[in-house]
Design a protein around this ligand. Structure first.
Ligand code: FAD
Length: 460
């Protein structure tokens, strides 16, 4: 199709920012006042792009549905296209004769390559292209050590982020009264992307637990601030309680921005001093998210390579498919591990404390390469995030930055007695634990711990 425009048109390319409020790219398009094309591209074809997993596809479907509705409320339309992003964005630009392309930045190496190429090509063709800071409070190149390097350890990174200027305040969402115009352009039908599972439909537990989209995110944040942040410090490690924000999938898909969450927490702690400690503790977790992107940006190989090279020689064990399935399906015979793996399968998330326990069990007691576990999480988490998932797996494995020392091997029984004292979490997911219907442990915890330490001694 050739160019048809007589007037300026903005394309806003949505990526991991599926929201209307505090969306700097959209905000800029609204400010310019020209007709707008709101575009989302499903790209599982560009070389090097890692296709999202099954649970994430379920989330994305509903999140796009919600974004489409939000945009309609303010007079805009969501255009959906599928294919390699570079070509698809270029083709939409050509079809509508766009004069301006706007997006919020991403931080993965492949994604930055795509964005950089597009920006250069479009600018060369005379278009205005602008990118914005929407998804991270501390962009990786803005937080540097005194020597100008990047941070490999969390605590100094955390302090450096806190020492920076207060993050900007969230931008308002556009409204119907802004008199916005959208440009009509062909869109795929969301249903044709077949993101939802059908045979079988395993998403019942996800539907029960989640409401993807901006409104669901705002509701979660509100509930957290009014009901839970005051108990956060006491309950954040208790998987049987709803003690944490549960915002991770909403943050992952950008249905809420870290700026919104930051200022909501900050405002809340100023108003409710009893909650100050809880709010500060959540901010610290939010900065772990920033840290994971800091590492992803400065060391892109973190998603696939051991950060500490001695782990390249580690004698990983090869499990049979059936043994690996025992871990994946929560049939290891270790109740806390099984509860976590079943929670993951049923709800698309797992409590952070239990993520550490199941990861330690896989990597240390079963001596399986962390990448095998990372891949399973990638497929089954609704919050599967390239940066946080890799960083945390490497942290537990001991191969990563600022990692738990290898000899710190979580004992799932002790963890259960400490953090699930009354067994409410285990009983919820593994009601048959302690009965003859429950399998024997697939490994002896003490022996497998010793074997793991022996294996580590060979590479130290
Ligand atoms: P809250 O305690 O309410 O924390 C607020 C926010 O801070 C979270 O929503 C999240 O965005 C961020 N955050 C908290 N802890 C971490 C952390 N350790 N690393 C990075 N960010 C953090 N988190 C993901 O978002 N995606 C993943 O793919 C992911 N994979 C993990 C894999 C393993 C092996 C482990 C041990 C942890 C992983 N985490 C991951 C981190 C953490 O488990 C989740 O972010 C947390 O459980 C989300 O719950 P919440 O939103 O209630 O967290």
């Amino acid at each position: 199709m050739g160019r048809v425009s007589e007037r300026a048109t903005s394309v806003v390319w949505f990526r991991e920012d599926l929201r209307v409020a505090d969306n700097p790219a959209l905000h800029e398009a609204v400010r310019r006042g020209d007709p707008i094309v709101c575009l989302y591209v499903l790209d599982d074809e560009s070389p090097g792009i890692r296709p999202i997993g099954g649970a994430a596809r379920w989330w994305l479907h509903h999140s796009l549905e919600a974004l489409g509705e939000r945009l309609r409320e303010v007079g805009l339309t969501l255009t959906l296209r599928r294919g390699p992003a570079r070509e698809v964005v270029q083709s939409v630009v050509d079809e509508v004769g766009a004069t301006r392309v706007l997006w919020n930045r991403r931080y993965g190496e492949i994604e930055r390559g795509i964005d950089g190429d597009l920006k250069a090509g479009l600018r060369k063709a005379g278009l205005e292209v602008e990118s914005f800071q929407g998804s991270l409070i501390a962009e990786p190149w803005t937080v540097l050590t005194g020597q100008g390097g990047w941070y490999k350890v969390f605590t100094p990174f955390y302090r450096a982020v806190l020492a920076k200027q207060t993050p900007r305040h969230p931008l308002p969402a556009p409204t119907k009264d802004d008199g916005l115009h959208h440009r009509e352009v062909r869109s795929d039908a969301l249903g044709d992307w077949a993101l939802l599972p059908t045979k079988p439909d395993w998403a019942g537990g996800l539907r029960e637990r989640w409401r993807p989209g901006e409104a669901g995110a705002a509701e979660r944040m509100e509930t957290f601030l009014t009901e839970r942040v005051s108990h956060y410090v006491a309950e954040q490690d208790l998987p049987g309680e709803e003690g944490t924000s549960m915002l991770s999938p909403h943050l992952r898909w950008g249905e809420i921005s870290p700026f919104q969450f930051w200022h909501a927490l900050d405002g809340h702690r100023a108003r409710a001093s009893k909650d100050a400690e809880g709010a500060a503790a959540v901010l610290r977790q939010l900065i772990w998210r920033e840290f994971s992107y800091h590492l992803l940006y400065h060391l892109p190989s973190i998603t696939t390579e051991n950060m500490r090279s001695e782990f390249d020689r580690f004698p990983w064990a090869e499990l049979t498919d059936a043994e690996l399935q025992q871990w994946q399906q929560g049939e290891t015979g270790i109740p806390l591990v099984d509860a976590g793996m079943r929670e993951l399968w049923q709800t698309g998330v797992m409590h952070n404390r239990v993520r550490m326990v199941v990861a330690s069990f896989l990597v240390k007691n079963l001596r399986v390469d962390w990448r095998v576990g990372e891949a399973w999480f990638w497929d089954t988490l609704v919050d599967a995030d390239p940066a946080a998932n890799a960083l945390n797996w490497q942290w537990v494995a001991g191969s990563g930055p600022d990692a738990a020392p290898y000899f710190r091997i979580f004992n799932p029984e002790l963890q259960a007695s400490k953090f699930d004292k009354h067994g409410s979490y285990v009983n919820r997911y593994v009601p048959e634990a302690g009965t003859p219907a429950y399998p024997e442990p697939m490994v002896d915890l003490k022996e497998s711990r010793r074997a793991a330490l022996d294996a580590y001694a060979t590479v130290r």
